[in-house]
Design a protein around this ligand. Structure first.
Ligand code: ACM
Ligand code: ZN
Length: 537
């Protein structure tokens, strides 16, 4: 049955160009095909009414040149020739909103800001790619598109700690986000298994903390003795490389949100500066996956001096309004027996170690507020009491997001069952053919991702708390970028459509458009997973 459906989708796809059905992913708010076509050729220009649009226009030209072979040029003076793509800003539109009008006389994109124009260009990029023609002449069907995203926060997270990726690969990850109109890159930079960002004040973080002596082979289990490969593994991003990546993302209208995960997931930092831990070590950068019992000591002032030193450099590198400070999976065993942590609990009148973590997070939040920054934390920050101004990233289940929304906190939905892209993708008995994933049991198909309702169980008022959704790519079992793309695509497209097109979703129509987008993935050389396209869920 699934295969018959696939055949149907393939046939429907073949007819699309004739019927001028919508080809855009994520699905726009409204799409109306119009009669006629406009022809683009190498004399066609992209006219920018505002200097700030030169950059997105130039980027658009590079997409069309690479994907269609057609060379367009950008001009700043109103041209007289036909086949013009005219870009302008219309302040009556919302910032991320755009209008795309393809008429026989030419193409017009108006955006509420540069960003809105960029999204219009991303849509036009897909339309041009699927249009008939070649490097000399492309015939674009007339259409009217009115579009804006439902959610303001649409994110993709990449863990570069369990495995590291090159600057070019991180940029390719950002390219993939941009194609899907995702506007936040959550960059997970610190972990038990490796500290991946240069901090000038604390050179040991990269000298010692960025290298583990070996890596676990096979799957992690608390019950079995780990086997290691015996090979040192490491690397980090210099501050110059970080600035380069932040600039690259900003040119694609993507904010980079750095995550410095605390007080847990800090073994690499403890190995570098053992006095930061309750027992003062010795510690070593973790070679196996899973969670460490050792976390930052919350009793000593020197821990906060360290965190503030690190974050001072982080805010200088990342202009993002949000800084992610983790908060997940911080076992309290050490704090329970640490005299300094217990003294802090007493002096601050805290009830228990969960309240101590709450004290920790609130103190760091206050520090970042001096720089005008807001914090995001994983949903564990709810446990000992959360400040009203923290944004909660709900990962353990939608119920954690619902809980936070009812408290009045802002929420980003990224529940494992819908958004964890390190899970296998099929429930097919042959799924063992899939590359190793975090669990062979937990499975997450494209359809399942698409079915996420971030507003489930929330009333009208509570819904205002949900600012968006995010797909997460943890990399314990993802040693290279080819594999990372296999996990990311096409599921990221489903995340993007939940985030952009909420209230306007249609899975069958999504499948039809995805069979087209697949061709663009091929053209860009992206390594997507084949299951969904082969009708296997
Ligand atoms: C998480 O997956 N530990 C946030
Ligand atoms: Zn302690």
């Amino acid at each position: 049955m699934k295969r018959i459906f696939t055949l149907f989708v393939a046939l429907a796809t073949a007819c699309v160009a004739m019927a001028a059905e919508c080809v855009i992913v994520p699905r726009p708010v409204s799409y109306e095909p119009q009669k006629g076509k406009v022809t683009l050729n190498s004399k066609s220009v992209v006219y920018v009414a505002d200097k700030s649009l030169v950059r997105p226009a130039t980027l658009f030209c590079s997409y069309v040149a690479a994907e269609k072979g057609l060379q367009l040029s950008v001009v700043e003076n109103q041209p007289k020739v036909k086949g013009v793509i005219a870009l302008s800003i219309d302040k009556s539109l919302a910032q991320e909103e755009y209008l795309l009008d393809v008429t026989k006389q030419g193409i017009v994109i108006k955006g509420g800001s540069e960003k809105g124009v960029f999204y219009g260009l991303q849509s036009l990029r897909q339309v041009v790619f699927h249009s008939k023609g070649n490097a000399k002449k492309v015939a674009v069907e007339c259409m009217t598109v009115k579009d804006k995203p439902h959610f303001g926060y649409r994110g993709g997270m990449f863990d570069v700690c369990r495995h590291i990726f090159s600057v070019d690969e991180v940029k390719k990850f950002i390219d993939i986000l941009a194609l899907h109109k995702i506007n936040r890159f959550h960059w997970h930079l610190t972990e038990d298994q490796g500290w991946r960002i240069e901090i000038k004040k604390y050179p040991n973080l990269t000298k010692i903390g960025s290298v583990r002596k070996a890596t676990q082979v096979g799957r992690y289990s608390r019950r079995t003795q780990p086997v290691y490969d015996g090979k040192p593994y490491g690397g980090f991003f210099t501050q110059d490389e970080v600035r380069d990546i932040v600039r690259y993302a900003s040119e694609r209208y993507i904010d980079v949100i750095p995550e410095i995960d605390m007080p847990g997931h800090m073994i690499a930092a403890l190995a570098s500066y053992p006095e930061l831990g309750c027992t003062k070590g010795p510690y070593e950068v973790r070679k196996m996956w899973g969670i460490s019992q050792d976390i930052l000591c919350a009793g000593r002032e020197s821990t906060f001096e360290f965190i503030e030193g690190v974050l001072s450099e982080i805010v200088a590198l990342f202009p993002s309004k949000y800084i992610h400070i983790g908060g997940d999976e911080a076992p309290k065993h050490r704090w329970k027996v640490c005299p300094d942590c217990q003294k802090r609990i007493q002096e601050e009148g805290l009830k228990d170690e969960h309240e101590l973590q709450s004290y920790f997070m609130k103190r760091v939040e206050k520090f970042l507020a001096q720089y005008g920054r807001s914090i995001i934390g994983w949903d564990e920050i709810l446990d000992g009491g959360v400040s009203k101004t923290a944004t909660v990233m709900a990962w353990r289940g939608p119920n954690r997001g619902i809980m936070a929304a009812k408290l009045g906190n802002k929420v980003i939905m990224t529940p494992t069952r819908f958004c964890y892209l390190d899970y296998c993708q099929t429930s097919d008995p042959d799924a063992n053919k899939e590359p190793m994933a975090i669990s062979m049991k937990a499975r997450l198909s494209v359809r399942k991702v698409y079915s996420l309702d971030p507003y489930d169980q929330l009333n009208e008022e509570e819904r205002k708390a949900i600012i968006g959704v995010q797909g997460n790519l943890w990399t314990e079992y993802i040693p290279n970028f080819n594999h990372a793309q296999h996990m990311l695509l096409p599921r990221l497209a489903a995340i993007a459509e939940v985030g952009w097109s909420y209230g306007n979703k249609d899975y069958d129509d999504f499948s039809r458009r995805m069979h087209l987008l697949r061709k663009l993935y091929d053209k860009c050389g992206y390594n997507y997973a084949p299951y969904f396209f082969n009708g296997v869920e």
